[in-house]
Design a protein around this ligand. Structure first.
Ligand SMILES: C[S@@+](CC[C@H](N)C(=O)[O-])C[C@H]1O[C@@H](n2cnc3c(N)ncnc32)[C@H](O)[C@@H]1O
Length: 264
């Protein structure tokens, strides 16, 4: 059915994406498809291998350029100062790290930390001033405790097999009083807007994605993963349990994207 497009998970199913359930069932979803816990990372890597060369172009087309505004707003919440050390976890092709580097300057550090070699390669091609790329797993960050003044994660946490582990790692490598922001997709508030967004996500996005990247599948799993992800209140509780304080939620574009900002 062309209008059968309301696929948002209920609370029970959303919470099944969290670590307790993943570890208990040894199963982790990518989109709506369950994989063995140990296979999800391979699936995620395959996804980004497929789309890496067209990733930036697709973001700009699919969001009509709005993703740059969202990223700017997210980085602004970090209140970065010149000479700060800033980490962008799941940083992909470096958009957010580039924004941070424009503030940290020559004496500061802005690092993209990402597991996918092809995404990093695309970022390196952009020759972003002041940005360093490091390959590694967000669930086991290869930096010592308390090494960064500020940490961002944009549209990345949704991809991890163990979401809480990812946030715990961010907490560990963040300095005391350091700032963190998580930019992620979510559920629009207005029901009519949500209907239009659902139609766009499940009817148009896979077509556009298929045409430009050659993978309709990649752009089907992408909107699915958004529908399965915890809502802002649920994510705030997770951050609170990990130890983050001053947690603030900022909804963007009717809640399509949400910034969680917090401090250690
Ligand atoms: C949707 S992209 C976001 C990229 C960038 N932050 C942005 O906003 O444009 C998600 C990124 O997370 C990375 N990623 C997924 N799982 C990861 C993991 N376990 N560790 C590190 N990076 C991971 C992917 O390789 C991909 O580059």
């Amino acid at each position: 059915m062309i209008f059968n497009i309301n696929k948002w998970y209920n609370k029970k199913k959303r919470l099944e994406q969290l670590e307790n359930h993943v570890s208990a069932t040894r199963t982790a979803n990518f989109g709506f498809t369950p994989y063995a816990e140990s296979d999800k990372l391979k699936r995620v890597n395959r996804h980004f291998d497929t789309i890496a060369t067209r990733y930036d172009l697709m973001n700009t087309i699919l969001s009509a350029g709005i993703h740059y505004i969202w990223k700017k707003k997210a980085v602004k919440t970090l209140m970065i100062k010149p000479e700060n050390r800033v980490l962008d976890v799941c940083g992909g092709t470096g958009d957010m790290a580039c924004l941070s580097a424009s503030i940290t300057g020559e004496k500061g550090i802005s690092v993209v930390y990402d597991i996918n070699r092809k995404m990093i390669r695309q970022g390196e091609k952009k020759s972003l001033k002041g940005v360093t790329f490091v390959q590694g797993d967000a669930e086991c960050i290869s930096f010592p405790d308390e090494s960064f003044d500020a940490i961002s994660i944009g549209f990345g946490i949704r991809n991890l097999t163990h979401l809480e582990t990812g946030f715990k790692e961010i907490f560990r490598v963040l300095k005391k009083e350091g700032s963190m922001c998580c930019l992620e997709f979510s559920k629009p508030d207005n029901s009519f807007f949500r209907f239009l967004y659902d139609f766009y996500s499940f009817r148009l996005m896979p077509l556009i994605g298929g045409l430009i990247t050659g993978s309709k599948e990649a752009y089907t799993a992408f909107p699915e993963s958004i529908r399965a992800f915890p809502l802002p209140g649920e994510l705030s509780l997770i951050l609170q349990k990990i130890g983050f304080k001053d947690i603030k939620i900022k909804k963007l574009t009717n809640g399509i994207a949400v910034i969680h900002s917090a401090r250690k």
